[in-house]
Design a binder for this molecule. Structure first.
Ligand SMILES: Nc1ncnc2c1ncn2[C@@H]1O[C@H](COP(=O)(O)OP(=O)(O)O)[C@@H](O)[C@H]1O
Ligand SMILES: [Mg+2]
Length: 475
């Protein structure tokens, strides 16, 4: 949210300062010096009288705009809160209704809205007062200058024509000073905005930071050697001495409690996070020597809660390569066991996803995301809990489709579901940041430990799984 505000409203503030106020400053300088010069030529005294009020109104406007600036910041904060409340209510309208929270949410919004309004009211009052007073000062200055001019005219020091000329020149001096105050205020705002924008721009681009340069052909052998990792803001390592290897075409399953670091391992492999110790090798090459773009081009990942664009299903599936032919899309969808679901929609593959189209179920979303990844033919694929919302039968169907491929992919399946893990060539059990066991299902199910425990608990599911399995074996 904060980043969004910076990218839109702060950038706008800077833009409008540069396009509107900057040229105005030039105008002010020109007008002010021309006016002052002309008056000086007519009569020094008149010019000095006119300039007396200038520092006073300049200081007053600086003080005023400092105050306004602070208020503006507060208002922006309240406005952001109000927008967040609105956005949450629109996105989470089902939650609000399901929990009968309408009253509470309306009150919450009203409170922020009231706060926003009263702050704006205060600001507007202050503005009214300031502009009123400042107009008064301007008039006072006119009066002062004209009185002095008349006085001097009576003494015969200036002509009546000079008085008329001076009246014109006062405007050239007074109004610029008045707008200068506003510009100083806007300048303050633009500085605040540009500081915030610069803070974001100063964050180094991840591709210029420790990026490797190699782009070798990736076959799919992966080796973790004593890898450890800790988040910058935490004291303890989340992962300790993680060592395992996967050969090209193998399927491994990563099992562990929520929060045990499974997704983090996937992020380390795709270099979304940087490991602090040990080494990760791909086909024997140090991961840090390979270009990040190249790694991500070769490792596909499906997340648990994938994001789909508000485009058609067809467009969503070939988002990674828009030139892919329709046949490839159908093929990938079939592998991801979503093809038949899509055909059932009124507009098939041209059905829109999201607000204006269909709302896909969690499982359908996951399968579209799987198709979107499979279509790209990457040698290494990761399913990060991405079969969780798919029923067991479909889960098996997808994994069988993967097994049938000519070219076997190196597959990492992160899962809670033992029946999903069971089929893997190797199962890695993650506990308290370390690997507590590695083995095949047979090995792990026969010795005490977390895996056996989960296997016993999920035994009920196994029955369902068995039925499906028998069906598959009859092929
Ligand atoms: N920025 C962060 N700083 C500190 N801890 C974090 C951060 N992000 C995630 N974590 C913690 O890291 C742990 C591991 O997360 P994750 O790898 O997603 O686990 P899993 O996928 O096994 O459920 C979680 O306990 C989470 O709270
Ligand atoms: Mg996870």
């Amino acid at each position: 949210m904060q980043i969004l505000v910076i990218c839109t409203s702060d950038v706008d503030t800077i833009k409008s300062f540069i396009t509107n106020q900057l040229p105005e400053i030039l105008y002010i300088i020109a007008s002010f010096s021309a006016g002052a010069y002309q008056m000086y030529m007519i009569e020094k005294k008149i010019m000095f009288v006119t300039l007396i009020v200038v520092p006073i109104s300049l200081i007053a406007s600086i003080i005023y705009f400092r105050y306004v600036e602070k208020k503006f910041e507060e208002i922006e904060e309240v406005e952001a809160k109000m927008t967040i409340a609105l956005q949450e209510n629109i996105n989470g309208v089902r939650v609000v209704k399901a929990f009968n929270n309408e009253k509470y949410e309306i009150n919450k919004f009203d409170k922020r809205n009231d706060q926003f309004r009263s702050m704006n009211e205060k600001l507007n009052n202050a503005m009214g007062l300031y502009w009123g007073l400042s107009d008064g000062t301007t008039m006072l200055q006119y009066a002062l200058t004209i009185s002095v001019a008349i006085f001097l005219a009576k003494k015969g020091m200036v002509s009546t024509g000079d008085i008329i000329a001076c009246m014109m020149y006062i405007g050239m001096l007074v109004y610029p000073v008045r707008s200068l105050g506003r510009i100083i205020g806007d300048f303050g705002k633009a500085v605040v905005a540009s500081n915030r924008v610069n803070e974001i721009l100063a964050i180094p681009d991840e591709y210029t930071l420790n990026d490797g340069s190699l782009t070798p052909e990736i076959k799919g052998n992966i080796e973790f050697k004593n890898v450890s990792f800790k988040f910058d803001d935490s004291n303890d390592n989340l992962l300790n001495n993680i060592s395992f290897s996967i050969s090209k075409g193998e399927t491994i399953a990563l099992v562990g409690k929520t929060g045990s670091g499974k997704s983090t391992i996937a992020s380390l492999l795709t270099r979304l996070l940087e490991y602090n110790g040990g080494e990760i090798l791909i086909d024997g090459i140090n991961l840090k020597d390979i270009s990040k773009h190249w790694i991500r081009k070769n490792i596909g990942i499906v997340l648990q809660d994938p994001f789909l664009y508000a485009k058609t299903i067809m467009e969503n599936i070939r988002i990674g390569d828009k030139a892919l032919p329709d046949e490839k899309v159908y093929e990938a969808s079939q592998m991801a066991a979503i093809h038949n679901d899509i055909l059932e929609f009124s507009e098939g593959y041209n059905t829109l996803v999201g607000e204006k189209g269909v709302t896909l179920s969690g499982g359908q979303k996951q399968r579209v995301a799987i198709a979107r990844m499979l279509i790209l033919d990457k040698p290494i694929i990761i399913f990060d809990d991405s079969l969780s919302a798919v029923d067991t039968k479909t889960d098996v169907q997808i994994r069988n489709a993967l097994k049938m491929r000519k070219e076997k992919l190196t597959t990492i399946i992160i899962t809670h579901r033992i029946t999903t893990a069971k089929e893997a060539d190797k199962i890695i059990v993650l506990e308290n940041g370390s690997i507590s066991d590695i083995g095949t299902h047979q090995e792990l199910a026969s010795r005490e430990g977390l895996y056996k425990m989960l296997w016993d608990i999920q035994g009920a599911l196994e029955k369902e799984f068995d039925l499906v399995k028998r069906g598959d074996n009859n092929e």
